[in-house]
Design a protein around this ligand. Structure first.
Ligand code: NAD
Length: 360
């Protein structure tokens, strides 16, 4: 298979972690007989330095022509970097918003996996973390409260702010379909999270999810109220497989789920549109404090590359090989500084990438 992949190394540790993910992908290509064509584009501070803007139209066109985009991370030290003296629309993060919009990425996927080997980093009680967990939070990214009409008015001398939460059935259906498709690739369980006891938008959400569910009789569906879900994530995270939810609930729950893993350098993510196209990136930022020192953990980016193979190319066997290699490296006791614990062998970013590559 020929895979056209655009890479955005970005800023800070971005170029270091993307280089390691490419190393792993090259090995996968060799082993499984694929041709991977990589093309880099600039985004964020790296693009500001060269072009004066965080993302050019040419870069967007190149990304659109690819099958998938693999990104490191963008941005600098927000206190000291001159990029943050620029107006908001010219700052590094504006590039990210622009590319998400241009590529119509409406589904955000954030896995929260607790590896047995890293259980000590989990802030939950041992009797809860002992079961481990592997959750995929799937968040609607382009609708809901963050994109609804908003205004602040003054009525009779009293200030009043209004935000509106709107979803139409098509927006719900397209992400529900993605959610069920992905649950089918996993443990075939989907928990749809809403606030249907209060909100009309949630009642429509639930109705549409139930309609879509009829097409997926092999996937077990349950509905959960968002307040209960927030509690269940810390009480019994092992019960979840795919958690499907709207924009604001997903924003909060995905951060909560990430935190209970305790390891920021391990968290991958993907944003998908209604084709197979996706943008894959670690959940963490550009870590300017450790950039250029070979200290970064490349695993979140390597796992993002695995998600890319699974969701954009349907190469499940190859993705499984990457996931297994990451697990093996952890079992063999290798750790970057951020996940280091007593008795393990500390390695840098490059060595971690090489150790994973060797195990493919
Ligand atoms: P951050 O995630 O970059 O760093 C937080 C802490 O975690 C730092 O101590 C950092 O060293 C550590 N860390 C993060 N990733 C690591 C890794 N792979 N290995 C080892 N340690 C790691 O968050 P921040 O410091 O708040 O933000 C820094 C910059 O990143 C800002 O400009 C911010 O806007 C940007 N940012 C970008 C994205 C993105 O590109 N999607 C996401 C979040 C933040």
């Amino acid at each position: 298979m020929r895979l056209n992949i655009v890479c955005i190394p970005g800023d800070g540790i971005g170029p270091e972690i993307v280089a390691e993910a490419k190393k792993v992908l090259h090995k996968v290509a060799d082993k499984y007989g694929h041709e991977m064509v990589f093309k880099d584009i600039l985004m964020g501070g790296a693009s500001i330095d060269v072009h004066g803007v965080p993302l050019t139209d040419e870069a967007i066109a190149i990304a659109k022509a690819a099958d998938a985009v693999l990104m490191g991370s963008i941005g600098g030290d927000t206190n000291t970097s001159p990029w943050y003296q620029l107006p908001p629309e010219k700052r590094p993060e504006a590039g990210l918003l622009k590319i998400r919009k241009a590529l119509n990425l409406f589904a955000n996927l954030r896995p929260a996996v607790l590896y047995e080997e890293l259980a000590a980093a989990c802030p939950l009680k041992e009797e809860i973390s002992a079961a481990g967990f592997d959750i995929l939070i799937m968040r609607e990214l382009t609708g809901g409260l963050y994109f609804g009409e908003r205004k602040t008015v003054e009525e009779n001398g009293v200030r009043k702010a209004i935000d509106t939460l709107t979803y139409d059935e098509n927006e719900i259906r397209r992400i529900a379909i993605k959610g069920f498709d992905i649950a089918r690739k996993r443990k075939k369980k989907l928990t749809s999270v809403d606030k249907a006891n209060v909100l009309d938008s949630s009642r429509l959400w639930r109705a549409v999810v139930n309609e879509v569910a009829k097409e997926y009789p092999d996937v077990k569906v349950e509905h959960m109220l968002v307040d209960n879900c927030a509690m269940q994530l810390v009480k019994d995270p092992a019960q979840f497989d795919v958690v499907l939810t709207e924009n604001m609930f997903g924003d909060i729950l995905s951060d909560e789920a990430s935190m209970v893993t305790g390891s920021i350098g391990m968290l991958a993510s993907a944003s998908l549109n209604d084709t197979k196209f996706g943008l894959y990136e670690p959940s963490h930022g550009s870590a300017p404090d450790i950039a250029g020192k070979d200290l970064a953990n490349p695993i979140a980016t390597i796992l993002s590359a695995s998600m890319m193979l699974r969701y954009s190319f349907d190469l499940d066997q190859e993705a499984d090989a990457i996931d297994a290699a990451v697990k093996k490296v952890l079992q063999d006791g290798y750790r970057t500084g951020d996940i280091m614990s007593e008795g393990c062998k500390k390695v840098g970013c490059k060595e971690m990438g090489s150790l994973i590559t060797e195990r493919i």
